[in-house]
Design a protein around this ligand. Structure first.
Ligand SMILES: [Zn+2]
Ligand SMILES: [Zn+2]
Length: 342
């Protein structure tokens, strides 16, 4: 089979590999669509804390069951595969926050992923509940976006966005757009979506934010004051890596929450936050990383019911042979989501 293999940071090659064999109690998936994530680009050029080599990346996967040794799957079912293979027994797994399982294996990071014609799902993967049937009206391409949507569902869990809230999303890429749509669904009264790349602002129009803020020409402080009568926003979602550039606590209303959704640059992950501002405002700073199998199922349901529409996010489609082109599109932030169609 054809596969794109990351041998070490910066050495990413298309190779021919033997077709994988189905492990007892497992599945072989014929991959149909794998979406490219900015985390893939980051790992290809710089590595990633969860990565081991050589590795086939790709964790936003949809395909068809090609071979099954699992009674629930007869073969040829359309499925979306979530990336987290977990132990199911530890305290984090039992609490339903298995994205913090100490034994976690992540498809595309510690086991081979979706930048290949076939994907192996081990019995442990099946037991982790990562294989989801794709609802009838969803395409493979849409289903491949269940994972990033599930990560956003996870990120908003601690934010508790509710009716009447004013939400500021910084970063108008695919993740910022998903957060915008999800905030709207939760009843946010006003959503401000900001980016410092003008083309991102224009392509994010369909996310439905109340105000798009082009940070190359507008001051975030001024716009937030204008839009909230100087009260500040109830939630800030950082869907960008430049968190330290914004006066986050100054933009926040009392009891507001800040979600560090995107990873910060490895060489400079520190954020200077005024402890007294946190104290007096009763502000909350929360993190978000990954998602659970349950959140993947929720994401598929939200898309299948039409409450979250993701098809418009897919702006570029490439073949596996053109994966380097796809990676460059994502790296240069061209359009929104680039997917690999097999
Ligand atoms: Zn991703
Ligand atoms: Zn566990």
């Amino acid at each position: 089979m054809k596969a794109a293999v990351l041998k070490k940071p910066g050495v990413f090659e298309l190779v021919e590999l033997p077709e994988p064999e189905c492990p007892p109690g497992g599945l072989i998936i014929r991959v149909q669509t794998t979406a490219i994530c900015s985390a893939d680009v980051k790992m290809i050029y710089k590595g990633h804390q969860a990565l081991s080599y050589p590795r086939i990346p790709g964790h936003e996967i949809a395909g068809a069951v090609a071979y099954s040794d699992v009674p629930e799957f007869k073969g040829s079912e359309r499925v979306q595969v979530a990336p987290g293979i977990v132990c199911t027994q530890c305290r984090f797994c039992r609490r339903g926050v298995e994205n913090h399982c100490k034994e976690i294996q992540i498809i595309g990071f510690t086991t081979d992923g979706g930048f290949a014609e076939y994907l192996v799902v081990t019995p442990q993967g099946v037991a982790s509940g990562i294989v989801n049937q794709i609802p009838e009206h969803l395409s493979f391409a849409e289903a491949s976006l269940a994972e990033p949507l599930a990560c956003c569902i996870n990120g908003q869990k601690s934010l508790g966005i509710t009716r009447g809230d004013v939400v500021l999303v910084i970063g108008a890429g695919p993740i910022g757009c998903l957060h915008t749509m999800l905030s709207r669904l939760k009843g946010a009264q006003k959503i401000l979506l900001a980016d410092r790349q003008a083309s991102r602002i224009s392509s994010a129009v369909s996310a439905g934010a109340d105000r798009l803020i082009d940070l190359t020409t507008s001051s975030l402080t001024r716009v937030v004051a204008e839009e909230t009568a100087s009260a500040g926003v109830d939630a800030i979602i950082l869907a960008c890596a430049e968190a330290e550039e914004y006066p986050l606590l100054d933009l926040l209303a009392p009891q507001g929450k800040i979600c560090i959704f995107s990873g910060l640059p490895g060489q400079n992950p520190r954020l200077a936050l005024d402890g007294n501002a946190i104290h007096y405002k009763e502000a909350m700073v929360v993190g978000a990383y990954g998602c659970t199998a349950e959140q993947n199922k929720q994401a598929l349901e939200l898309m299948a019911s039409g409450r979250i529409k993701v098809d418009w996010l897919i702006t570029h489609r490439v073949s596996l042979e053109d994966i380097h082109l796809g990676i460059e599109l994502v790296r240069n932030r061209v359009g929104l989501k680039t997917i690999i169609n097999f």
